[in-house]
Design a protein around this ligand. Sequence first.
Ligand code: HPA
Length: 273
Amino acid sequence: MEYTFEQYKTAADYIMERAPFAPELAIVLGSCLGPFADELEEPVSIDYRDIPNFLVTTVESHAGKLVFGTVRGKRVVCMSGRFHFYEGYDYEQLVIPVRVLKLLGVRALILTNAAGAVNESYHPGDVMILSDHIKLTGASPLRGPNLPEFGPRFFDMTKTYTPELRAVARACAANTSLTVHEGVYMFFTGPQFETPAEIRAARLLGADAVGMSTVTEALTAAHCGLPLLALSVMTNMAAGVLPQPLTAEEVGETAERIAAPFGAYVKDIIERI
Ligand code: HPA
């Protein structure tokens, strides 16, 4: 499955015909920001399943719609529901959402996610601003014929997580009760959580957190030159750090507990970028 540039354009044109405005910023809502889209002012939503050439979510906790609205005076579009490799998509399909967001004309992308804390000085409920990532799992979403309309065949990854946006997120940390770190996210495909040995290896390699999303989207943003900020909520200590097994319930409970202060932190960032 390789899309032509025109197929991406068809998706973006469909959205623009129904959107209330051209958005300035795009935000991908991870499981830690579920209710965020409900708090947008004058929201307008478009179901993924109605958008030609888009993807459809299979994760229950992810709604599967684009929601346009304003946050502190900024025109934003939220992806409420995202696409993960573990759902069965090919890596190559996972470029679709970010490329369509790029064609909507946004000037920056904010990715949010739930992650497991590898760094033992982190705690559940802490936030991590991504400074970089590690992905050692095979293929790339940018594999296959290159579309030069989006970016070059070989592209730089040295400033994928835009330094200026990270500086804004660091500055906003002063206004939240959450503890905010900056660190490295390591991608694992899931759907299984990692083994304790994988987490020890991740720590040796320099990872501070692990998760099953975000990196495919970050690679797509880097390819098309879209400024990027990515934020992880530590929903749990990663496998083997604590004696008890990991559960999806624990991840969901922390995500729910943190959603309000994390949402406020993200709104603060949006206001300042
Ligand atoms: N591992 C991978 N993904 C996750 C985790 C984890 O520990 N917690 C939340 N998402």
